[in-house]
Design a protein. Structure first.
Length: 135
């Protein structure tokens, strides 16, 4: 009988008291909350351009496109590569633009793309944006 009481008492004492561990966890939590410093990150202000109210007028960007058959388009009109600089100069004379958007088709011959880029390299003050057209 005595042995059974002793075993029951040992089983009761074998449990782990979690109260001190919870106290330590809460103390650490309070410590980290108090010592954490929140830094305000400095950013920069982005000014959005105003949308133009005239939607009927043509865009002031120059759009050059080469389709899969290596045909060059200047603002949706077919143009010969040798005539491309003259078309761009005429467009610049009539419109205030700083951008050329160049979109060759993904199946376009690379030589044709290089030829067009050689023609566009004459215009140093214009920014050329290039993107691949995937039909």
């Amino acid at each position: 009988m005595r042995r059974r009481n002793m075993v029951e008492r040992l089983e009761k004492d074998a449990g782990v008291d979690m109260t001190p561990m919870l106290d330590i966890v809460f103390i650490l939590l309070i410590f980290f909350i108090v010592t954490t410093s929140f830094v305000k990150e400095n950013g920069f202000l982005v000014e959005k351009s105003k949308a133009s109210k005239s939607s009927n007028t043509q865009s002031d960007n120059i759009m050059i496109h080469i389709d899969a058959n290596d045909i060059v388009y200047f603002n949706t009109k077919i143009v010969d590569i040798e005539r491309l600089p003259a078309r761009i100069e005429h467009f610049i004379a009539n419109h205030a633009t700083e951008n050329i958007i160049f979109r060759p088709n993904e199946d376009t011959n690379y030589q044709k793309v290089v030829e067009v880029l050689d023609q566009l390299s004459q215009f140093k003050r214009l920014k050329i944006t290039m993107g691949i057209y995937k039909p």
